[in-house]
Design a protein around this ligand. Structure first.
Ligand SMILES: Cc1cc2nc3c(=O)[nH]c(=O)nc-3n(C[C@H](O)[C@H](O)[C@H](O)COP(=O)(O)OP(=O)(O)OC[C@H]3O[C@@H](n4cnc5c(N)ncnc54)[C@H](O)[C@@H]3O)c2cc1C
Length: 468
């Protein structure tokens, strides 16, 4: 942020911005995507004194992969990204600036583990119950894998051949612990360990201060803190301040002349012309845009190959109150090889109503929402008692089906991907600057990474215009 202001000090005198307004139909900057990355970039531009920009958003709402929904009495829950944790200072700073408060994730009490017909309770003390010795080995290995450029690791040849599943198999993980690892990798990568690249997983741990427990737990970890009013409120507040600069229902279909002085973006609401373009979208979605001339082959190949097969399905069961807390339960469920990957207490800060959110295995839960509500509430009744059979409402969001603008929630980068495509992730192409959480130097894939990538893109574009 300070960097953007510094650039602004200079840019105030630059011909790049001085020219803005002379040619009314050519903007200095077009930003594609009104998720956290695009809106952060737009906010920085405005703070830097630049007004010649627009944010083009495909959906009729802002927030991208963050989305609130009303659970009653003015409370919200989230169907997309929701937690932040230690080290995620960019998103925490943004929240403070926007006057959005935070509160701790509820985990006091026993977690229920279901397996077959069995049920047991355990106080996991804010962890996911992972094997600490294996966690320590992962932490140690992650020191060799830079978060923002795993392909530069000295051990790339050795590590990028392996999936996390291959590596775990060598660690003699006990059969009874395998489903715990499946859940853990399923939550952080959206896939089973066999499909997640070891190099990528280690780069994620590297982001978390080289401490596996800081990635995959609640206490002192990436799932520790929630936003009052739900995570989408960050984007909503930024968009409110930007007003008409944000154009909704405006998907960009084609980008022409990105190698010339003025780029033309073809949208469903007509053409937009700009001198610089920030693309704050998921790389796999970039592949759906037509580029004329075609992008350099290395960048195009990265977009084509970027995995987009793990859209999450997240549900919320709403109760009049969090009744499980009275029984010493924290509302969390892990189910061995079952349809529930992880269910957790997602009630509002004061526990005024009770909400159990869950990441579920899509194939194992009926797609019809009424049937899914019955199906899941019966599982919750096994975990928490028969009160769970009487929810007041149910919400079900399958990101893979809701619309075409989120192909995958987090990126499950497979073995071999970074060695082949890593170098093409960030270098700009002509007037196109790549942003979005996937491009962040740390916490890529997370809300924090999205905010960082927005700051970075704003700085880059301001410096570029200053040089024009
Ligand atoms: C179920 C789920 C759970 C998650 N949990 C967490 C969590 O707990 N903590 C965490 O930190 N992160 C979490 N994440 C990830 C986090 O939400 C994302 O990293 C972050 O929101 C990404 O922001 P972004 O701005 O980079 O991208 P996006 O939010 O994807 O924004 C990109 C925007 O571009 C728009 N767009 C796409 N194509 C076009 C086009 N052609 N023209 C115009 N606009 C276009 C999209 O509509 C979207 O609004 C989760 C995500 C999901 C889905």
């Amino acid at each position: 942020m300070a960097g953007a202001s510094t650039a602004a000090g200079t840019i105030g005198l630059s011909p790049g911005l001085a020219r803005a307004g002379k040619s009314e139909d050519v903007l200095d900057i077009a930003i594609i995507g009104a998720g956290l990355a695009g809106l952060t970039a737009a906010r920085d531009l405005r703070q830097a004194g630049c007004e010649s920009f627009v944010v083009l958003e495909a959906r009729n709402r802002v927030g991208g992969r963050t989305l609130n929904y009303e659970v009653g009495s003015g409370h919200v829950s989230e169907v997309g990204g929701q937690w932040i944790g230690p080290g995620q200072t960019a998103v925490a700073d943004l929240a403070r600036e926007l006057d959005v408060g935070t509160f701790p994730t509820y985990y006091k009490g026993n977690t229920v583990v279901l397996g077959g017909d069995g049920r047991l309770e355990a106080d996991l003390k804010g962890t996911f119950g992972s094997d600490e010795a294996i966690g320590a080995r992962l932490s140690e290995l992650s020191r060799n894998v830079p978060a923002g450029s795993p392909w530069k690791s000295a051990k790339v040849a050795e590590l990028d051949k392996l999936s996390v599943g291959d590596w775990l198999a060598r660690q003699q993980v006990k059969p009874e612990d395998r489903s715990g690892w499946n859940a853990s990798i399923g939550l952080s990568g959206g896939v089973m360990p066999a499909k997640m690249g070891m190099l990528h997983f280690l780069s994620m741990i590297n982001s978390a201060a080289c401490d596996y427990m800081q990635l995959d737990s609640i206490k002192h970890s990436a799932q520790e803190t929630r936003f009052i009013g739900g995570s989408q409120v960050l984007s909503i507040r930024m968009a409110q301040a930007l007003g008409k600069k944000v154009r909704l229902s405006c998907p960009v279909r084609r980008i022409a002349n990105w190698d010339r002085e003025v780029v033309t973006l073809q949208t469903d609401q007509g053409a937009v012309r700009a001198r610089q373009v920030i693309i704050a979208m998921h790389p796999a979605l970039c592949h759906q845009v037509q580029f004329d001339p075609p992008l350099p082959e290395k960048r195009a190949a990265l977009q084509r190959a970027w995995p987009a097969h793990s859209p999450a399905r997240k549900t919320a069961m709403v109760y009049t109150r969090p009744f499980w807390r009275d029984k010493g339960l924290n509302g969390h469920i892990f189910q061995v090889d079952g349809p529930i990957i992880w269910a957790f207490d997602n009630s509002p800060p004061g526990g005024e109503i009770g909400v159990i959110n869950a990441f579920i295995s899509n194939a194992q839960v009926p797609s019809d929402h009424q049937a899914a509500r019955r199906f899941l509430s019966e599982i919750y009744a096994r975990a928490f008692g028969s009160e769970a059979l009487s929810p007041v409402s149910y919400h079900d969001h399958d990101w893979g089906r809701a619309d075409p603008w989120t192909l995958t929630c987090v990126s499950a980068i497979p073995p071999g991907f970074w060695s082949t495509h890593g170098e093409a992730l960030r270098p700009s192409c002509g007037k196109l600057i790549w942003s979005g959480t996937e491009t962040a130097e740390i916490w890529a894939g997370y809300m924090d990474g999205a905010v960082r990538s927005g700051h970075q893109a704003a700085l880059q574009v301001l410096n570029t215009l200053r040089r024009v």
